[in-house]
Design a binder for this molecule. Structure first.
Ligand code: BES
Ligand code: MN
Ligand code: ZN
Length: 511
C-alpha cells in the first residue's frame, strides 16, 4: 500500500525519485500550475516554454517527463495535465486535481517515492490530491507469477505500487490538512480493498470467503458482524438468496455489518449485491458475456468498504451494511426458469430468467434491512446490462422512491467525483412483471430493463422507508484502459458516494 506523507519542504530539497507538477491548458499554450514555482524558477522562468517544446499542452491525462533542474535532490520531474486553466481567480476543481494526481501515481508504478507539487489552495485540495494519488497508485498483482511474499505488495512480475506519496506544501501540523489527508487515506485504502475483492478470481472469492473477509475486517474495526449461513437462511425463510445460490457448490451468505456511534441521531442502511460469479444460472450467459462476471459482487464490495471507512472515520451516524452473497451457477440443484420462490418478505416470485438474480438476493436483503426501520436505505448493485446501454461505462443510474433523496444522492456523488444520473421508476412498467402464478415475476418488459429492475426492488422496501437504488453495472468494472485514478478492472464505484452520504447524514445535512 502506498504511504502518504505531508511536507512543508520545498521541491528542490525533497529527496525522492520524482517531483510531480501540474500543467494546465491556457489560451495561449501550456500554463504551469501553482506548486511548481521552484521548478519554474530553476528553469529560469521558462518552464512553460520547455514543456511546450516537449509537446505538452496541459490536456487532462497528459504526462510529460523532464530531467529535474540542477540543485534538485530528485532526478525527475513529471508534469501532468490538469485540463483547461480555471478562469481568473478561480481554483482547480477537486476532480481535476484528483485525476492528475492519479495519472502521476499510475505512471510512477514501481517507484519508491514521489513528491507531489500540485496546486493546493485549501484542505479540500490536500484531500483530493491525496485521494487521487492513493487511488491511482493501485495495482493488482496478487496473481502475477510468482505469488507475492507475505510482507510485500508485489508479485515477482508486478512492479508494485508507488511506495510513498509526499504532498509538498501540505502542512502536517495544520488540523484541516491533517484531517483531509486522514480522510483520504481511510477512503482510498478501503476503496482499494474493494477493488482487490472485485479483482479476486471467483474460484478464490466465493460467498463463504467474502463473509470471512468481512468478519475479519469487522473485528479489526469494532464493527458488529453477523453471518447467516445456509442453515440460518433456511430457518429465516430467505428464499431469494437461497434460490439464487441453489445451483452452486458454494452456499450463499447474508452478512450484516453494524457500525454504531453513541452520539448518532440517524441510521442508514446500505445493501450490496454480492454475486461472486454470475454465470446466468440455467438461463446461462453466452460466451462473451460471462468473462468479467466476477465483478457482480461490486455492490457488496462497495457497501463493505464504505462501512469500514465510516468506522475508521468515526462518523456520528449508525450505518448497517448488508452483503447479499451468492454464486449464480447452473446445476442439477439450480433454480429453474419457472420455479417460484418465497421471498423473506413472504411475497412469491416466479423466476422467469435465472440471470435476473440480483433483484432476488437484494429483495431479501432490502426486506431484512427494512425490519430495523432505518432513516434511509441505499442499495448498490451491478444490476442490469440495460443501465450500461443507457448511461455507458462511467456513469451509474440512481432510482429512488423519493425525488429529493434521489437528487441528494446525485449531488453527493458529484461532490466526490463520481458520475451518476437520475433515472425514473415509471409506474406503467410494473404490470409487465405480473405473473399468472406468483405475486410477481423477476422479469418484465425488455425496454427500460434497468427501471423494471428498480421497480422490482421497490416491492421489497418496507412501508414508509426512504430508499434509493444505485445501478453501477457500467462503472463497476473498467474493461478498457486505465484513466485518471481509475485502473483497469474493479473500480470501487459507489464507495465514495456512500461515505459522503454517511458524512452528510452525520452532519444533519441529509433527510
Ligand atoms: N449481473 C448482470 C448485469 C450486468 C451486465 C452487470 C453487464 C455488469 C455488466 C445481471 O445479473 C443480469 O444478468 N441482468 C440481466 C437481466 C435480464 C435477464 C432481465 C441483463 O441485464 O441482461
Ligand atoms: Mn445475471
Ligand atoms: Zn448479476
Amino acid at each position: 500500500m502506498t504511504a502518504l506523507t505531508l511536507s512543508t519542504s520545498g521541491a528542490p530539497a525533497l529527496r525522492a525519485d520524482a517531483i510531480v507538477i501540474g500543467v494546465a491548458k491556457g489560451a495561449k499554450g501550456p500554463v504551469v500550475a501553482a506548486g511548481a514555482e521552484a521548478v519554474d524558477k530553476a528553469y529560469d522562468g521558462r518552464l512553460a516554454d520547455v514543456l511546450e517544446t516537449l509537446g505538452a499542452s496541459g490536456a487532462e491525462g497528459e504526462v510529460t517527463k523532464l530531467p529535474a533542474p540542477a540543485g534538485f535532490k530528485s532526478p525527475l520531474v513529471v508534469a501532468v495535465g490538469l485540463g483547461a486553466q480555471p478562469d481568473k481567480d478561480a481554483e482547480y476543481e477537486s476532480e481535476a486535481l484528483r485525476r492528475a494526481a492519479g495519472v502521476a501515481a499510475r505512471v510512477l508504478t514501481g517507484v519508491k517515492k514521489a513528491g507531489f507539487a500540485l496546486p493546493l489552495a485549501d484542505a479540500a485540495d490536500v484531500g483530493a490530491v491525496a485521494e487521487g494519488a492513493l487511488l491511482g497508485a493501485y495495482s493488482f498483482d496478487a496473481y502475477k507469477e510468482a505469488a507475492p511474499a507475505a510482507n510485500s505488495a508485489k508479485g515477482k512480475n508486478g512492479k508494485g505500487p508507488l511506495g510513498e506519496a509526499t504532498l509538498l506544501g501540505a502542512k502536517p501540523r495544520d488540523k484541516a490538512h491533517k484531517a483531509a489527508a486522514e480522510r483520504a487515506s481511510a477512503v482510498a485504502e478501503e476503496l482499494n480493498r474493494a477493488r482487490d475483492l472485485i479483482n479476486t478470481p471467483p474460484n478464490d472469492l466465493n460467498p463463504e470467503a467474502f463473509a470471512a473477509v468481512a468478519q475479519a475486517a469487522a473485528k479489526e474495526h469494532g464493527i458488529k458482524v453477523q453471518v447467516l449461513d445456509v442453515k440460518a437462511l433456511e430457518k429465516g425463510g430467505y428464499g431469494g438468496i437461497l434460490g439464487v445460490g441453489a445451483g452452486s457448490a458454494s452456499g450463499p451468505r447474508l452478512v450484516k455489518l453494524s457500525y454504531t456511534h453513541s452520539k448518532a441521531g440517524k441510521h442508514l442502511a446500505f445493501v450490496g449485491k454480492g454475486i461472486t460469479y454470475d454465470s446466468g444460472g440455467i438461463s446461462l450467459k453466452p460466451a462473451g458475456h460471462n468473462e468479467t462476471m466476477k465483478c457482480d459482487m461490486s455492490g457488496a464490495a462497495a457497501v463493505f468498504a464504505a462501512v469500514v471507512a465510516v468506522a475508521r472515520l468515526g462518523l456520528e451516524v449508525n450505518v448497517t451494511g448488508w452483503l447479499a452473497l451468492a454464486e449464480n451457477m447452473p446445476s442439477g440443484s439450480a433454480t429453474r426458469p419457472g420455479d417460484v420462490l418465497r421471498m423473506y418478505s413472504g411475497k412469491t416470485v416466479e423466476v422467469l430468467n435465472t440471470d435476473a438474480e440480483g433483484r432476488l438476493v437484494l429483495g431479501d436483503a432490502l426486506w431484512a434491512a427494512s425490519a430495523e426501520k432505518p432513516d434511509a436505505i441505499v442499495d448498490v448493485a451491478t444490476l442490469t446490462g440495460a443501465m450500461v446501454l443507457a448511461l455507458g461505462s462511467r456513469t451509474f443510474g440512481v432510482m429512488a422512491n423519493d425525488d429529493a433523496f434521489r437528487s441528494a444522492i446525485v449531488e453527493a456523488a458529484e461532490e466526490v467525483g463520481e458520475a451518476s444520473w437520475p433515472m425514473p421508476l415509471p409506474e406503467h412498467l410494473r404490470k409487465g412483471m405480473d405473473s399468472p402464478t406468483a405475486d410477481i415475476a423477476n422479469m418484465g418488459e425488455r425496454m427500460g430493463g434497468g427501471l423494471v429492475a428498480g421497480l422490482f426492488l421497490r416491492e421489497f422496501v418496507g412501508e414508509g422507508i426512504t430508499w434509493a437504488h444505485l445501478d453501477i453495472a457500467g462503472p463497476a468494472f473498467n474493461e478498457s484502459g486505465p484513466f485518471g485514478y481509475t485502473p483497469k478492472g474493479g473500480t470501487g464505484s459507489g464507495v465514495r458516494t456512500l461515505v459522503r452520504l454517511a458524512e452528510l447524514t452525520a452532519a444533519g445535512d441529509l433527510g
